[in-house]
Design a protein around this ligand. Structure first.
Ligand code: DLL
Length: 436
């Protein structure tokens, strides 16, 4: 099996990598200083000129860029090239307010497919594969982003886009898809419908899945691998920085390698912006090194992760990041306790009685926050007997209390009643602001 898409880049020595990063950083600084008034003003205010940044330490003097600043530049104010040179536009979903618009030059699109090619090969995809893309094609970066990388490695792409699950399964059987690309929550759903329709593994040829665009746990990976009979890898990215292709798992499935020849990454304390040493958990900050259309300096992703500098068994020298636990803004603070939806997921996926479909509903009674966890039951454990259901409720409550350090109200719901999503799953309903 081919191990790397780009062996030279992916296994480069740290020395060579740092030199490359510095020279690319210098070009990026000149590019934004000369063409993006927002960055010029920010650097001028601190008296920094692009050539003043000579080491990666100097780099920490550059101010952060935030999502709010990107949103305020809607639609094109952060672009570093004339619109004439932009050949593709995408936008972030805008679930947290005004969408951010991103533009790609021809070179940007070439770089993007190169980075996607790396993640596909690391996940085990080869040119012989038939790859079904079930990410939405449109302003979301998932569909088109993955698409051109698949073509680049010479595999066959089926650009199915998201939705219509029965059709997804029909095409999967009739076209003989060997690879599936979508969100992990949709992969679980596909597995569920596969079983419901009685479609056995002998009817499909799937062997690999490359999943991303939302947080998912190790427990969820095992569940997907079993339900779809595949090897599943994770990949990460965000529109503001590129889209998919920022980082990717290899066969070791132990952290995602960051394409450091294209990005400089840091972890900061989200409270005070202090840069944290390797290994500590905090907010991921990314600087693009090759982007032309819309380069970003020290972009605060709000994703919570940590960096693993230890060399990986696969031979790649790019540093790894742990699976993001979610965005800092997904973290719920309930009665002073920090809760990530992924902690709930780990508990539920490990229990045979429950399905990996759940919702967290946060409300406030008086001054007290209340967490309700809606849990979907597995068909085999669904019972009309109140006593049986009550025992199960208590069991889930205890397990969650141990995992979260917090007592939640458990509401058991019938199989297949929590809404399935064809893209990113929405797991949290926070009603506290409405109740204030
Ligand atoms: O979700 C890009 C993407 C598409 C990545 C397809 C991977 C595959 P946005 O819509 O801008 O872009 O959302 C970016 O999604 O900041 C994370 O919070 C979350 N996210 C993306 N990938 C992962 C992942 C795309 N593998 C936001 N694990 C990011 C956890 C992820 N969270």
């Amino acid at each position: 099996m081919v191990k790397y898409w780009n062996e030279h880049a992916e296994t480069m020595s740290r020395d060579e990598l740092e030199k490359l990063q510095l020279s690319r950083l210098n070009s990026t600084l000149h590019r934004v200083y000369d063409h993006v008034p927002f960055y010029k003003e920010q650097l001028d205010a601190l008296g920094i000129k692009p050539d003043d940044i000579k080491t990666l330490d100097d780099f920490h003097k550059i101010p952060f860029t935030t999502k709010a600043e990107m949103q305020a530049s809607y639609p094109y104010k952060m672009f570093a090239v004339p619109l004439d040179d932009i050949i593709r536009i995408h936008a972030s979903s805008g679930t947290t307010g005004q969408p951010t618009v991103v533009g790609y030059t021809k070179n940007d699109l070439e770089t993007w497919s190169e980075l996607i090619a790396r993640l596909l090969v690391a996940g085990g995809v080869t040119k012989k594969d038939i790859v079904q893309v079930s990410f939405g094609y449109g302003l979301f970066t998932g569909g088109f982003g993955l698409h051109y990388g698949i073509e680049k490695i010479g595999a066959t792409v089926i650009p199915l886009s998201s939705g219509n699950t029965d059709r997804q399964l029909q095409i999967m059987q009739e076209f003989g898809s060997t690879v599936i690309i979508c969100t992990p929550s949709y992969a679980i759903y596909l597995g569920e419908i596969l079983a419901d329709r009685g479609i056995g593994f002998d009817k499909i040829k799937l062997r690999v899945g490359c999943f991303g665009a939302e947080p998912w746990t190790e427990a969820m990976r095992k569940e997907i691998e079993t339900r779809l009979n595949i090897s599943a890898t994770d990949n990460y990215g965000l529109s503001e920085v590129m889209g998919p292709g920022v980082s990717y798992e290899c066969q070791a499935k132990d952290g995602m390698h960051i394409n450091e020849d294209n990005f400089i990454v840091e972890i900061i304390n989200p409270e005070n912006g202090e840069v944290l040493p390797y290994g500590q958990t905090g907010e991921l900050v990314i600087t693009t090194l090759t982007k032309e259309g819309i380069p970003v300096l020290r972009y605060r992703t709000r994703d919570i992760t940590s960096l693993l500098p230890k060399k990986c068994a696969c031979g790649r020298t790019f540093i790894r990041m742990t699976k993001p636990r979610g965005r800092s803004d997904d973290m719920l603070i309930i009665r002073g306790v920090n809760v990530f939806p992924s902690q709930v997921e780990t508990v539920l996926v490990e229990m045979a009685e429950t399905e990996p479909h759940y919702e967290l509903i946060v409300t406030r009674e008086g001054a007290l926050d209340k967490l309700e966890v809606k849990v979907e039951l597995n068909e085999n454990y669904f019972s009309d007997e109140m006593r049986v259901m009550h025992v199960l409720e208590e069991k889930i409550k205890n397990r969650l209390r141990n995992a979260l350090g917090l007592t939640a109200k458990i509401s058991l719901v019938a199989p297949k009643t929590i809404e399935r999503s064809v893209g990113k799953a929405k797991r949290v309903i926070d009603l506290r602001d409405y109740l204030a």
